[in-house]
Design a protein around this ligand. Structure first.
Ligand code: ARG
Length: 436
C-alpha cells in the first residue's frame, strides 16, 4: 500500500529498506509535545486569518489535545509507515475527528513544521542546560567558599608551580561554566525566530499571520527568508558547539578529579556514591564517574563533527539529509546533562585532604617564584638576572655559607634599601656570578 499522506500518485508502497532508512519516528517522537504545540498555534492563526472555520479549528485543537494525552499516557501506537512524528500525529487526528483534520496542514509543509518543532525542542533543552549549569556553578562556589583559604599546589605542565588555594582552583571552573552559560544564552537568542509560514521553501499564497504564530510559540519574530528558514540547521550546530566546549570543560575537571583521587596525589576522596570498587583488588577506589565524564566528551564532539559533515555541501533548500540532525543532538544533550549531574554530585560529595594538599604545596620548590619576587621587591635584585634565580635555587636546602657563592642570604644594608645602585660587594659578587 502506498503512503496514506503523500502516496496518491504511487501505485506501489515503499520497499522495506526505504521504510527503514526513511523513518524517523523512532527518534523524532521525542518532540511530540513541540509538534502538537506548533500545530495548535498554526490552526489558531488559520482560524483568526479566516483560512479555516472556527469550528474546524476547535475540532482540530481538541483532537490534538487528545492525541497529546494518548502519547503521554503511553497508549499511542507509533507507525513506521507514517515516517515521522508530524504524520503520526496528523494521521491519528484524522482517525479522531475525520475531515476537518485535513485542514490543519493548510499553508504549511513538513519542512517549516520540522524546523519549528526542532527549534522549540532545542530552546527548551538550552533552558534546561542553563539551569543545570547554574546548579553546577553553585556546587563549585559552595566548595570554593569553604576552602577559600586552604592551600594546594598550583601546576603548570603538571609540575608544581606556585601555591594556590583549593577555592581559587575550583573557581576557575565557575568561570568556564559561566562562559558556557553565556554561549547558551547567545545561541538561544539567535535561534529564537519562527520558521512557520516558510512552507516547503517559498512561503505560501494564503494570507497567514506569521507574527501571530511566532508570538504564540514564544519566538521573538518570524524568520526573514523562507529558503534559509527551512534549510539551515545552524541552531543545531551552535548547540552542539557549545555542548562540545562545555563537555571539554567538564572533561578537564574530571581529569583533575581522577588525578587528585589517586593515592599518589591523595588530594581528594570521592564519595562511595561516586566511586566503584574492584573485586580482585580490594584496595582500589575507582573514579568511574569522573572517567566517564571525561570519556563521554568524545560522543559530544563526535555529534558536532557529524552534523558539520551532514550540512557541508547541501544545496538550498531542504534535503532529507537534514533528518540526520536529530539523533546526534539528542545524544549530545543527554550525555552532557548526565555529565553535568555527575560532576555536580562529585563536587558536592568530595572531601579534600587538606594536609596532603598543604604538604604538596610546600614541596617541589613551589614558593620559588614568591621568593624571587621578594628578592626583587625587598632586596632590589633584578628579576631577569641569573643571579636571582641562582639565589632562589641556593636556598632550596640549608647550606653552609661560602664566600665564593654569588649570593649572600643576608643582603648588605645598601641593597636591602632596594636601591638600583649596588654597593661594591654586591657588584663584585654579581660580576663574579655572571662570569661563572
Ligand atoms: N522527518 C523529516 C525531517 O526530520 C520531516 C521533513 C520532511 N520533509 C519532506 N519534504 N520530506 O527532516
Amino acid at each position: 500500500m502506498s503512503n496514506a499522506m503523500w502516496g496518491g500518485r504511487f501505485a506501489e508502497g515503499p520497499d522495506a529498506v526505504l521504510e527503514a532508512i526513511n523513518a524517523s519516528i523512532d527518534f523524532d517522537r521525542r518532540f511530540y509535545a513541540q509538534d502538537i504545540a506548533g500545530s495548535k498555534a498554526h490552526v489558531g492563526m488559520l482560524a483568526a486569518a479566516g483560512i479555516v472555520s472556527w469550528d474546524d479549528a476547535a475540532a482540530i485543537e481538541k483532537g490534538l489535545d487528545e492525541v497529546l494525552a494518548e502519547i503521554e499516557s503511553g497508549s499511542f501506537t507509533f507507525s513506521k509507515a507514517l515516517e515521522d512524528i508530524h504524520m503520526n500525529v496528523e494521521s491519528r487526528l484524522a482517525d479522531k475527528i475525520g475531515a476537518p483534520a485535513g485542514r490543519l496542514h493548510t499553508a504549511r509543509s513538513r519542512n517549516d513544521q520540522v524546523a519549528t518543532d526542532f527549534k522549540l525542542f532545542v530552546r527548551d533543552a538550552l533552558d534546561g542546560l542553563d539551569g543545570q549549569l547554574l546548579g553546577l556553578q553553585q556546587a563549585l562556589v559552595d566548595k570554593a567558599l569553604k576552602h577559600a583559604g586552604d592551600v594546594m599546589p598550583g601546576f603548570t605542565h603538571l609540575q608544581s608551580a606556585q601555591p594556590v588555594t583549593f577555592g581559587h582552583h575550583l573557581m576557575a571552573y565557575v568561570e568556564m561554566i559561566g562562559r558556557d552559560r553565556g554561549r547558551v544564552a547567545d545561541a538561544r537568542k539567535r535561534m529564537n525566530e519562527c520558521p512557520l509560514g516558510s512552507a516547503a521553501l517559498a512561503g505560501t499564497s494564503f494570507p497567514i499571520d506569521r507574527e501571530m504564530t511566532a508570538r504564540a510559540l514564544g519566538f521573538d519574530r518570524p524568520t526573514a527568508n523562507s529558503l534559509d528558514a527551512v534549510s539551515d540547521r545552524d541552531f543545531v550546530l551552535e548547540t552542539l558547539s557549545l555542548a562540545a566546549i562545555c563537555a571539554g570543560h567538564l572533561s578537564r575537571f574530571a581529569e583533575e578529579l581522577v588525578l587528585w583521587s589517586t593515592p599518589q596525589f591523595g588530594f581528594i576522596r570521592l564519595s562511595d556514591r561516586f566511586s566503584t570498587g574492584s573485586s580482585i583488588m580490594p584496595q582500589k577506589r575507582n573514579p568511574d564517574a569522573a572517567e566517564l565524564v571525561r570519556g563521554k566528551t568524545g560522543r559530544v564532539v563526535g555529534a558536532l563533527v557529524g552534523m558539520l559533515t551532514v550540512m557541508k555541501g547541501l544545496p538550498l533548500a531542504y534535503s532529507k539529509d537534514m533528518q540526520e540532525d536529530k539523533e546526534g543532538l539528542f545524544d549530545a544533550l543527554d550525555t552532557l546533562s548526565l555529565s553535568i549531574a555527575a560532576t555536580a554530585g562529585m563536587v558536592e560529595d568530595m572531601e579534600p585532604n587538606l594536609s596532603a594538599m598543604r604538604r604538596a604545596a610546600g614541596a617541589g620548590f613551589s614558593t620559588a617564584t614568591d621568593l624571587a619576587d621578594w628578592l626583587v621587591r625587598v632586596v632590589g635584585m633584578p628579576f631577569r638576572r641569573p643571579i636571582t634565580s641562582r639565589a632562589v635555587w641556593s636556598l632550596r636546602r640549608p647550606r653552609p655559607r661560602s664566600r665564593s657563592s654569588g649570593f649572600r642570604s643576608k643582603p648588605c644594608r645598601r641593597s636591602s634599601r632596594a636601591s638600583s645602585r649596588r654597593c661594591s660587594r654586591c657588584s663584585a659578587s654579581e660580576t663574579r656570578s655572571a662570569a661563572a
